[in-house]
Design a binder for this molecule. Structure first.
Ligand SMILES: Cc1cc2nc3c(=O)[nH]c(=O)nc-3n(C[C@H](O)[C@H](O)[C@H](O)COP(=O)(O)OP(=O)(O)OC[C@H]3O[C@@H](n4cnc5c(N)ncnc54)[C@H](O)[C@@H]3O)c2cc1C
Length: 417
């Protein structure tokens, strides 16, 4: 890779007062035609471009983005990464991703700040604990690290959590994945962008796709706000706007777009060194390296494309966090925001072919796609390069909604859809 980042390049650039660093990626004009166009420069689209170039030698690729790269859900999520999903199909997909995360900073020569600080999924009722046992057993059968811990063990490792039996929803135990954790979301987009650009991929920002061009039943390119661009193959990776792009190509998706909110507190000294998630009270929390508490909510129940949400969701989430961590009751919240997530009926993504030849789609990650960024890009690159899904993403085809072979992960998704 050009301009490797290292202690030596840092020292060399210090001599010129850090004024001579190369740009991390170019800003090219769109070419008239490409082998592959990827619509959407979020983490998933950029990872797809990177693996197309690296794994398949396909470098005549453009990633077209209506805004700025990483400005969508990639930069808006709460960065939780884990692979402890229930069904074999999902477990293989998310575990592939987790394995890629484990070497990603070295591979991209970019610090994505992947921190394996562990993730607890709390159980508050007997039935939740039974489900946790079932999922942990299923994870282990798939070779995924996963364990059940009781309230006493949680209290030992997270002393500030409220495990009192008098709580409205007392904590009975949790599943714990120790290899899980968090990563720096922008860093992931920037790292993939830089590495894809270095391999010749054109990343074209401020370039909104307004139509998908077809000849008969085959895709031929896209119309954009910067002109028409032809392509042999096109991949749609636009998260919350998947339904809009599918509509342009003349088919419908079983996807609903919902706002999903997050918020951060004022920064405080290190107080929470792991990730806590609770489906029952509906909040999840970790602490960023800056010291802010990063708090996630459930989706707003209405459909929409506005990147904001309603106040009652924030109120309910804060109430849940306060119940689990009474000591946070006097913390001030610094800012909050929303993203648009694309939810499917079985809380599982769609990665594969569409009814239009040579047009492929990667969507439906809902509230949990950040953790899948590397694996999603890896399997989608295979699908685009070969025209067929990889065995890992074959179960996630669009036609499962007609065959009925759903992969229902509502229990493991972490946030209610
Ligand atoms: C508040 C919040 C918290 C979340 N927390 C987590 C979490 O803790 N863990 C987890 O795993 N997941 C989480 N998620 C989900 C995760 O962020 C998404 O599933 C994932 O980021 C989606 O993939 P992406 O990164 O490629 O999407 P995006 O970053 O949204 O990329 C899609 C891109 O497509 C572009 N686009 C749209 N339409 C067009 C067009 N017509 N032309 C060109 N470009 C277009 C958009 O501008 C956008 O940049 C969270 C999401 C939100 C909103």
């Amino acid at each position: 890779m050009k301009n490797r980042y290292s202690i030596f390049s840092l020292a060399r650039n210090a001599l010129s007062h850090h004024e001579k660093w190369d740009r991390a990626w170019r800003s090219p004009e769109p070419q008239p035609a490409y082998d592959v166009i990827i619509i959407g420069a979020g983490g998933h689209g950029l990872a797809t471009a990177y693996y197309l170039a690296k794994e398949h030698g396909i470098t005549n690729v453009a990633v077209v983005e209506k805004g700025w790269l990483g400005g969508g859900n990639t930069a808006r999520n709460t960065t939780i990464v884990r692979s402890n999903y229930l069904y074999d199909e999902s477990a293989h997909l998310f575990e592939k991703s987790l394995k890629l995360w484990e070497g990603l900073s070295q591979e991209l020569n970019y610090n994505v700040m992947f921190s394996q600080r562990g993730v607890y999924n709390l159980g508050h009722t007997l039935q939740e604990m039974r489900d946790i046992h079932r999922r942990v057993n299923a994870n282990r059968l798939n070779g995924i690290d996963s364990e059940v811990v009781d309230a006493r063990q949680i209290k030992q490792e997270v002393p500030i959590i409220n495990t009192s039996p008098d709580a409205r929803y007392p904590i009975l135990g949790a599943s714990l994945q120790r290899r899980a954790g968090t990563a720096r979301h922008d860093g992931v987009a920037w790292g993939y962008a830089r590495a894809a650009d270095a391999r010749g991929v054109d990343i074209i920002e401020n370039c909104e796709v307004t139509n998908i061009l077809r000849d008969g039943g085959r895709v031929t390119g896209v119309e954009t706000t910067r002109g028409t661009i032809k392509a042999k193959k096109v991949g749609i990776v636009v998260a919350g706007h998947s339904g809009v792009l599918a509509d342009m190509a003349g088919f419908r998706l079983p996807v609903e777009s919902h706002p999903l909110q997050a918020l951060v507190s004022e920064p405080v000294k290190p107080v929470l060194d792991t990730v806590i998630m609770s489906n029952a009270v509906h909040g999840y929390i970790s602490q960023s390296d800056k010291g802010e508490l990063v708090i996630g909510a459930g989706i707003d129940s209405y459909n929409g494309y506005g990147q904001r949400g309603s106040f009652n969701i924030i109120e309910e989430t804060i109430a849940a966090i306060k119940e689990m961590f009474p000591m946070f009751s006097r913390m001030r919240m610094l800012r909050h925001w929303g993203g648009i997530v694309d939810t499917t009926p079985d809380a599982t993504p769609i990665i594969g072919k569409t009814p239009v030849d040579n047009l492929f789609i990667n969507c439906g990650w809902g509230t949990g796609g950040f953790k899948a960024t590397p694996g999603s890009g890896w399997v989608f690159a295979h699908t685009l390069a070969t025209g067929e899904p990889h065995p890992i993403n074959a179960p996630f085809s669009l036609d499962r909604y007609t065959t009925g072979y759903l992969v229902d992960e509502h229990g493991a998704a972490g946030v209610a859809h």
